[in-house]
Design a protein around this ligand. Structure first.
Ligand code: CA
Length: 235
């Protein structure tokens, strides 16, 4: 997920970019409206966080230019102007949400997550190798065998399958699966991964859940063809 932060106040820009990065997002920062427009036209962003009070072009004008594009990222407006007028104008011009400064970072993060989820097509079924997860019926099978999972185990597995092949830190998993009020230790993730492994991997030759040293965990299935060629020939 790649985010663009448009904010001329350096202190706020740094605060946002650090916070969002530690939440697992890739973040670019620009300080002017001009740069924002240029960036949005040259890069595919999943979300734009746009301050309205910019030194060159007005944020609302930037918004207009963003919304002229063919593929439009969701836009979250930040505004110090607590005027209803600006907010209404922003939303009318196609902003997806707004926050009035000052705001708490958790509030921003919650909105960012909602907007990102909205933009994402959610497949009904996830498939990695012979592991299959039905998001609607909440059913998991491996090699056509049904695997019973507790709700949190299911959520972790779903998150890992959606991010197949991508190392996920314990923090990312906790933030994704537990709600924002959870302030316990991230090593609860290790406990759940142990359970998941015993259900998903133990019986099978190919292990999908891998430990990524120094980071956390990753789920992937090796390329079937590559795996077959490595397998010893059986008489
Ligand atoms: Ca500003």
């Amino acid at each position: 997920m790649r985010l663009l932060v448009v904010e001329d106040e350096k202190r706020i820009a740094d605060f946002l970019s650090r916070g969002l990065q530690s939440a697992g997002y890739a973040v670019d920062v620009v300080h002017t409206g001009e740069d924002a427009v240029e960036r949005v036209h040259s890069t595919e962003y999943d979300l734009v966080i746009l301050d309205l009070g910019l030194p060159d072009i007005d944020g609302l004008q930037v918004l207009q230019k963003i919304k002229n594009r063919k593929t439009i990222p969701p836009v979250l407006i930040l505004s110090a102007r607590d005027s209803v007028d600006d907010r209404v104008k922003g939303l009318e011009q196609g902003a997806d949400d707004y926050l009035v400064k000052p705001f708490a970072f958790v509030e921003l993060l919650a909105r960012v997550r909602v907007l990102l989820r909205r933009g994402q097509p959610t497949p009904e079924r996830l498939q990695v190798g012979d592991l299959s997860l039905d998001c609607i019926r909440r059913r998991v099978t491996r090699s056509n065998e049904v695997i019973e999972l507790a709700p949190k185990e299911f959520s972790i597995l779903e998150y890992m399958m959606r991010n197949r092949g991508r190392p996920l830190s314990r923090t990312m998993i906790v933030e994704h699966v537990w709600d924002m009020d959870y302030d316990g230790l991230t090593n609860i993730v290790d406990v759940y991964i142990r359970h998941l492994r015993s259900k998903i991997d133990d019986k099978f030759q190919i292990k999908m859940i891998r430990t990524v040293r120094g980071i956390g965990y990753m789920l992937d299935a090796p390329d079937v063809a590559a795996e077959a060629s490595r397998e010893p020939m059986l008489a």
